[in-house]
Design a protein around this ligand. Sequence first.
Ligand code: PMP
Length: 344
Amino acid sequence: MKTLKELTRPNIWALKPYSSARDEYSGKEASVFLDANENPYNAPNNRYPDPLQGELKRKIAPVKKVFPAQIFLGNGSDEAIDLMFRAFCRPGVDNVVAVEPTYGMYLVCAEVNDVEYRNVKLDADFQFKADDMLAAADGNTKLMFLCSPNNPTGNNLDRKEILSLLERFEGLVIVDEAYSDFSDEPSFLTELERYPNLVVLQTFSKAWGCAAIRLGMAFASSDIIGILNKIKYPYNINRLTQEEAIRMMEQHYQVKQWVKSLLEERGRMIEEFKKLKCCCYVYPTDANFFLAKVSDAKKIYDYLVDNGIIVRNRTNVTLCHNCLRITIGTRPENDALLEALKQY
Ligand code: PMP
């Protein structure tokens, strides 16, 4: 791996971050706060939240088996994705490499930040080779994005190839595990100590059932996390979100229960979906959704919309011609979809 200084944009490396009132004061008990130009009325929402979310990180750390200093919290994992570009990629100079198809925000963030985006097409089994990613890279490649389980294909990417990339790539490898709670494979969090160039993304939006609170997590070396913390907005995670996430951490057994029943439903749904006349193929999945090739994705999508049922039409995505991406819902929701498609 290159040194972190070599990988970081020089202006970011040199940046002296904004210092907020709540950054400067921490430690001793205090009861009179006249430091942040807040309104003394309307507690508790009158006060700025903890800028580095200490209490929440101390709750997350033991569950994820990492140190609090290895955690960055963002306004969704989308914030962490964007900050990776802003921290490491010089606009108009550097580039990133990702597999195709994959989660669309990597490309959007690259374009917003004027960073070249190079993609490597997955094979017919939606797998990739580390060699092909490395062949697409050059001396200005700072980041590689791997989403596993991948969106929209649903499958885990080959672990051996991800490890090979971590061994051989000089820049940072981002493994987006938004859906890993639904997979049997272990998380890459266990590899953080071995690979200083690894960044793992997870989110409260999927298995944790908290898409509305907007909370994403990036896990990496404390040095990488320090750079993200330096450039984030001072109070990027609001108090309501921090409180709700702390509440969720205290009932993480509930999440296991949700995952268990969603996986049961996933098995049932796939079996039933395969029996439909309009179904050509259901791709293997490790996520809370599946990709299905159907007779005519556009017509079926429109028909379902007319029946008040919304799925995702992925027909225009590379390798996904005539494919619908279907999220696993509750049993009655899944039955509504199956019933409608039986009538199609
Ligand atoms: N990564 C992947 C693979 C996703 O599918 C999504 C959401 N669709 C995200 C990241 C972003 O999640 P959030 O910003 O809600 O944490």
